[in-house]
Design a protein around this ligand. Structure first.
Ligand SMILES: C[S@@+](CC[C@H](N)C(=O)[O-])C[C@H]1O[C@@H](n2cnc3c(N)ncnc32)[C@H](O)[C@@H]1O
Length: 323
């Protein structure tokens, strides 16, 4: 790695400090801001989608991303792709399909960006973060103190959306496993959607979203925007430095992500896949889970019928049956 001279670092930090301030005054601004509503779509001029056209998109999206669009999702598909058809001045879904089906065409990335549901929150399913902070991390600390494990911790947020999940993880880990106590923490974050990854990399969110971050962590790891950044929060450089983002399609045959990970968060993404894809994805994840690692899933997900290798610790959190 190339060392950044301290004068350059100081200028960079000063520029950041002019637009972002730490802790104290965040809570009053938190009261006043929310997400902007999406602008409405106009659907004139585009021919209504036929059942055949919907079936073509179902097949294509399933082949590319493993996402299984049930017939009830037809309206959702239309809502999400109509704007794109208009941008491209296309008047039928068939015309768009012809473009998007071309192998390796960049429109595939664009289409998947539009199709994916990216809903997320900081500290979503907060009981899981409580388990991490109150039980799992103390075990690691005790084990490291006894010399039974290195002070190195790797976590993976496999469908990280706009970054709230990996940053919640990073804040929790860094708060308890500090560099001062010689811990090295690394959070790998991946997603299929380039659009959400771009947001996640910026690590800037509407201030309303930060309400869900426990205050002690918000003060420690989030900066509040002023002037042109008013109404936003940004993760501090310290926390940004431990989170690394890459695009990854969980439906791919091979992953470039290298394990082992002590923690894998695979939450609220398997619900979009059919059972066969789920089984394959879980198989790939387990190859990268450390022997004593933990797999966290979403509240509507479980490993029933997908693997015999894991047992649940609390609902939706698993560890190996035979480490
Ligand atoms: C509902 S969000 C869940 C975000 C976060 N894990 C959480 O629980 O808050 C689902 C995410 O899965 C991603 N996704 C969908 N299909 C995927 C695939 N085949 N590979 C990787 N990510 C995918 C979407 O882009 C989206 O960001």
């Amino acid at each position: 790695m190339i060392a950044v001279p301290s004068s350059v670092r100081a200028r960079r930090d000063q520029a950041e400090n002019e637009l972002w301030e730490a802790g104290r005054r965040q809570s009053e601004t938190l009261q006043r801001h929310g997400d902007q509503p999406p602008s409405p779509l106009t659907r004139n001029e585009i021919r209504p989608i036929s059942d055949r056209e919907f079936a073509l998109f179902q097949g294509l999206i399933h082949r590319l991303a493993g996402i299984h669009l049930v017939p009830a999702k037809k309206a959702l598909l239309v809502r999400r792709l109509t704007r794109r058809l208009r941008e491209l001045s296309l008047t039928s879904f068939t015309a768009y399909y012809r473009l998007a089906k071309q192998p390796g065409h960049e429109e595939q990335i664009e289409m998947l960006d539009r199709i994916c549901t990216n809903e997320t929150q900081f500290f979503r399913e907060s009981k899981q973060f409580d388990l991490l902070a109150e039980e799992i991390i103390p075990q690691w600390n005790a084990s490291a103190a006894a010399g039974n494990r290195p002070r190195r911790l790797r976590a993976w947020s496999v469908a990280c959306s706009s970054g709230e999940e990996p940053f919640s993880l990073a804040m929790t880990l860094l708060h308890h496993l500090t560099p001062e106590a010689a811990w090295q923490v690394e959070v790998q974050a991946t997603d299929l959607s380039t659009r959400v990854l771009a947001t996640a990399r910026k690590a800037i969110w509407p201030i309303e979203r930060a309400k869900r971050i426990p205050e002690v962590l918000r003060r420690r790891f989030m900066l509040k925007g002023v002037r042109s950044q008013f109404g936003k929060v940004k993760a501090t450089r310290k926390i940004r430095s431990v989170v690394h983002f890459d695009r990854l399609n969980l439906n791919a045959e091979n992953y470039t992500v290298r394990g082992p990970f002590d923690l894998i968060f695979c939450r609220n993404v398997l619900i979009y896949f059919d059972p066969q894809t789920r089984r394959r994805v879980i198989g790939q994840l387990l190859k990268r889970l450390a022997p004593n690692g933990f797999l966290f899933m979403g509240h509507a997900e479980n490993l029933n019928g997908l693997t015999e290798q894991m047992r649940s610790v609390i609902p939706c959190v698993y560890t190996r049956t035979n480490p």
